[in-house]
Design a protein around this ligand. Structure first.
Ligand code: KIV
Ligand code: NA
Length: 272
């Protein structure tokens, strides 16, 4: 069994072959992702993708622990990262450490991810100094959707300088990589050039050091939202709809189950 990738392995990939990253929330999907990815993220997107929440704000630490444990059972090679959910780290470094330590101890992940820039840099410094590798996340940070007033592209005007400062602050605080979400492409490229650690883009730039997508988005399984940055590599939702329609039809016309799906036991049925 190959040794799983570590945060230093990820840092060493700066300027090398692009880092391939996907989310996963369950063991079977994690097993497939692990065959192809350098990083598997248990994203708090799980709340929207698997639990039907309309934002990530309702995701709890318990949910992240449960999905983290499931994903861990499917991972051998990739670095597994677990998102810190809204409300589990923003009060300060001590709260963040408690939450992150629980995630690492109970799920066996190799790192945690949290959202924010300069405002969260002290917390990142505190965690990394105490044994918790941190992936940062700047640009459009979905846990701040109410502050942004929607899932809008970031970094188009004056906010570009702030996002660059955020990325530099979290990298300087010790983050081993930085997710850049839904920012203008030239800004994502500029941040990638300036940082010594890898950037991982989602709606960012092909020049980022890696890319990430929500797995249910790229498989065509989650279709409630379709941001421009999602490329659908499969249409599993359409395939599932067709499969269920075929099943329903066969049950209604009694052509399922067929003889090959039933157990032919004693030749004689018991008499009533
Ligand atoms: O929760 C998530 O899926 C994420 C990725 C989109 C980066 O944070
Ligand atoms: Na997330």
């Amino acid at each position: 069994v190959a040794k799983a990738l570590t945060p230093p392995d990820i840092v060493a990939r700066k300027g090398q072959a692009p880092l391939v990253c996907l989310t996963a929330y369950t063991t079977p999907v994690a097993r497939i992702a692990d065959r192809h990815c350098d990083v598997v993220l248990v994203g708090d997107s799980v709340g929207m993708v698997l639990h039907g929440l309309d934002s990530t704000l309702g995701v709890t630490l318990d949910m992240m622990v449960m999905h983290g444990k499931a994903v861990r059972r499917g991972i051998e090679h990739a670095l597994m990262v677990v998102d810190m959910p809204f409300g589990s780290y923003e009060e300060g470094p001590a709260q963040a450490f408690r939450s992150a330590a629980r995630l690492m101890a109970e799920t066996g992940c190799g790192a945690v991810k949290l959202e924010g820039g300069e405002a969260i840099a002290d917390t990142i410094r505190f965690l990394t100094a105490r044994g918790i590798p941190v992936m940062a996340h700047v640009g459009l940070t979905p846990q701040a959707v109410n502050v942004f007033g929607g899932y809008k592209v970031q970094g188009l005007g004056d906010s570009a300088a702030r996002i660059l400062a955020d990325a530099q602050a979290v990298a300087e605080a010790g983050a081993f990589s930085v997710v850049i979400e839904k920012v203008a492409e030239p800004l994502a490229r500029a941040i990638t050039t300036k940082l010594a650690v890898p950037t991982i883009g989602i709606g960012a730039s092909a020049d980022c050091d890696g890319q990430i997508l929500v797995v249910d988005d790229m498989l065509g399984m989650f279709t409630q939202f379709q941001p421009k940055f999602v490329k659908r590599y499969a249409e599993l939702g359409v395939a599932a709809d067709a499969a269920m329609a075929a099943y329903a039809k066969e049950v209604r016309e009694r052509s399922f189950p067929g003889m090959e799906h039933v157990y032919t036991g004693p030749a004689k049925a018991p008499s009533p």
